[in-house]
Write a protein of this length. Structure first.
Length: 612
């Protein structure tokens, strides 16, 4: 756990640095505004106080924000204009004067400004006026105007139209200042100016294509280029969002890990104390205890993997040149040690030819392992789940395997001091030795109960879907007991008969039917089962296994035979077996007098029924 923290925390810091660097490197000249409703400022313009990088703007296009967050353009050293709007496509900027003194304030702008020119438009009437600074009393004539914004009490300023005659000008009392061009529309004078710019010309073309403009290759040699900001922006934003999400996740993970370390240490200490107490009571039993170093030596550093399940991974090992073993390394993150205690505690009491032998175990702190005898032919699942007839074992061999499994389960139910309920009988947990003798394995879900105990309590369902008895899901079908293992064994038998996995049945075709029910219908109609049947003897074995399997999967536990009866049925002649009631006629959790068939079966086999 400490290693995880040492990895996660530096990784989180690297992500934060990457986010910051990405945010700075994405665009050093992002579009900006002095205020939310102000004009958007981008290349060729730049806001000097917010975009200090000179690459952000073209020379002569500097703007800045006033103390009131107005966008300001310096037209010359003495005149400041407020920017109202910018049309980048048409290369047009509209400016206004706070004192409403345009255009009188800026004489000769077209000739004096290398960057901006007053727009000449056919929409306006353009007149040229001469401005005079006068000392005479106020003049009242319709042919000229007083310019209040430039006038003072002692020196009024007047504008005379260019087409006025000489005798209209107050030559004696006035001095000419300069001439300006004034635009009118419908005889109403505008209080703003529209200015155009010619360089850089490429930027207007870029805007016309829906793109943006910038210096080419980030140079300042006045060479510009078009680019599509959306493509890079979306990609970068996506990266930033992804990285930010990962960073947030890692931060949350660190917090969780800190809490988890505390809880894990506390829980693990409790689990270790619990296991150690169990092992102290277990010292007198035969399985050997190995250290984790012993386990690594036995498995040659876990070099050959045999399989993997929900609770751990199985590796091949050897105690000597002659003795091979299978070592199951339990996941430390799974469970609270119950699976380990179940395996060791249960299998340590078992000595039967049809149950896998526990050779030893390892309990080094949080490292736990189980050492079993090695069975070279893998599990029964490999031989009954495949449609490849080349792997078919033959009906005599299958009959012997079925009988061996039944005897193993009967031993678990009746042969030990306490009854052992496996709760996970399935082909995957039936291993085969070199002679194909079956051995029951994996007791991680097992429960112990007294032999006179008719039911066991369970808080949650145990087992594998497709093999779990109905009462394990709902107590309305009956109490959970050793009859739950009988149901799982019945499903296993039907799989052996059909050469297919029960859980593989699909409903792609509406005509398909539940596989065990399909077998029942065949038998009910007096037809032979056609599964790799070579001769009449094989047909009898297949029919016997099918009938026993159908007896075992009766919906209500009371209607199923005990494993003792199952063994007798498998050892007897198949043609003498009574056909079972239809287990699929109704799945409702109610019973009538359905136990009559099982009583009749007991009488035919001359078996005294066990108490339920």
């Amino acid at each position: 756990m400490d290693i995880s923290l040492r990895i996660v925390i530096p990784s989180l810091l690297l992500f934060v640095v990457f986010i910051v660097d990405l945010g700075e490197g994405y665009n050093r000249c992002p579009e900006s505004r002095c205020r939310a409703d102000g004009p958007a400022i981008r290349f060729p313009f730049r806001l000097k106080d917010r975009q200090p990088d000179p690459h952000c703007g073209y020379p002569g296009f500097d703007l800045y924000c006033s103390h009131n967050n107005d966008t300001v353009l310096n037209l010359n050293t003495s005149v400041k204009a407020f920017v109202q709007s910018i049309d980048y496509k048409s290369r047009l900027i509209r400016v206004a004067d706070p004192g409403n003194c345009f255009p009188w304030k800026i004489p000769g702008l077209n000739s004096s400004s290398p960057t901006f020119k007053v727009k000449n438009s056919q929409d306006y009437f353009n007149y040229v006026y001469a401005l005079f600074n006068c000392t005479a009393p106020e003049i009242h004539e319709e042919t000229y105007y007083r310019i209040d914004c430039l006038s003072s009490n002692s020196h009024p300023v007047y504008a005379f139209p260019s087409d006025a005659t000489v005798d209209w000008y107050p030559i004696v009392s006035c001095t000419k200042m300069y001439s300006v061009s004034v635009q009118y529309t419908d005889d109403i004078k505008f209080s703003f100016l529209e200015l155009t710019w010619s360089e850089p010309a490429e930027c207007g073309l870029c805007e016309g294509k829906g793109k943006k403009c910038r210096f080419k290759n980030n140079s300042t040699e006045k060479k510009t280029e078009c680019f599509n900001p959306d493509k890079g922006r979306l990609a970068t934003i996506s990266i930033v969002i992804t990285v930010s999400t990962l960073g947030s996740f890692l931060l949350a993970l660190v917090v969780y890990l800190l809490y988890y370390v505390y809880r894990y240490d506390k829980t693990e200490k409790e689990n270790q104390a619990r296991i150690e107490k169990f092992l102290e009571d277990y010292r007198a039993l035969k399985p050997a205890r190995y250290s984790y170093n012993d386990v690594k030596r036995i498995t040659n550093q876990f070099i050959e993997k045999l399989g993997q399940g929900a609770y751990g991974t199985v590796f091949k090992g050897k105690l000597s040149n002659e003795i091979h073993v299978a070592v199951k390394i339990l996941n430390s993150s799974k469970g609270n040690g119950e699976e380990f205690i179940n395996e060791v505690g249960t299998m340590g009491m078992i000595h039967h030819v049809n149950v896998v032998r526990l050779v030893g175990f390892c309990a080094d702190g949080f490292r736990r392992a189980l050492v079993y005898e090695f069975l070279p032919n893998d599990s029964l699942e490999k031989f009954i789940s495949s449609v490849d007839s080349n792997r078919f074992l033959g009906w005599k061999k299958l009959e012997g395997i079925a009988l061996g499994i039944a005897k193993g389960i009967e031993y678990l139910h009746q042969g030990c001091d306490q009854r052992i309920l496996h709760f996970d009988i399935k082909p995957h947990n039936i291993l085969l030795d070199q002679n194909f003798n079956p051995k029951i394995s994996d007791f991680g879900l097992a429960k112990l109960c007294a032999k006179d105990q008719s039911a066991v309590s369970m808080t949650t369902a145990r087992g594998t879907m497709g093999y779990i008895a109905p009462e394990v899901f709902s107590r309305n079908f009956g109490s959970v007991s050793y009859k739950s293992d009988v149901y799982s064994f019945g499903i296993l038998l039907l799989e052996m008969v059909g050469g297919r996995k029960n859980v593989d049945v699909t409903m792609e075709n509406t005509n398909q039917i539940y596989f065990p029910e399909w077998i029942y219908n065949f038998l009910e109609e007096k037809e032979d089962l056609r599964f790799y049947v070579v001769d009449n003897g094989d047909a009898k074995i297949a029919k016997k296994l099918a009938i026993v399997g159908l007896w075992c999967i009766q919906w209500h536990p009371m209607d199923r035979p005990s494993m003792k009866i199952v063994v007798q049925m498998l050892e007897g002649e198949g043609d003498k077996l009574t056909m079972c009631p239809n287990p699929f006629a109704s799945t409702a959790p109610t019973r009538t007098n359905a136990s009559m068939p099982i009583r009749r079966l007991n009488q035919e086999l001359e078996v005294i029924p066990e108490s339920e």
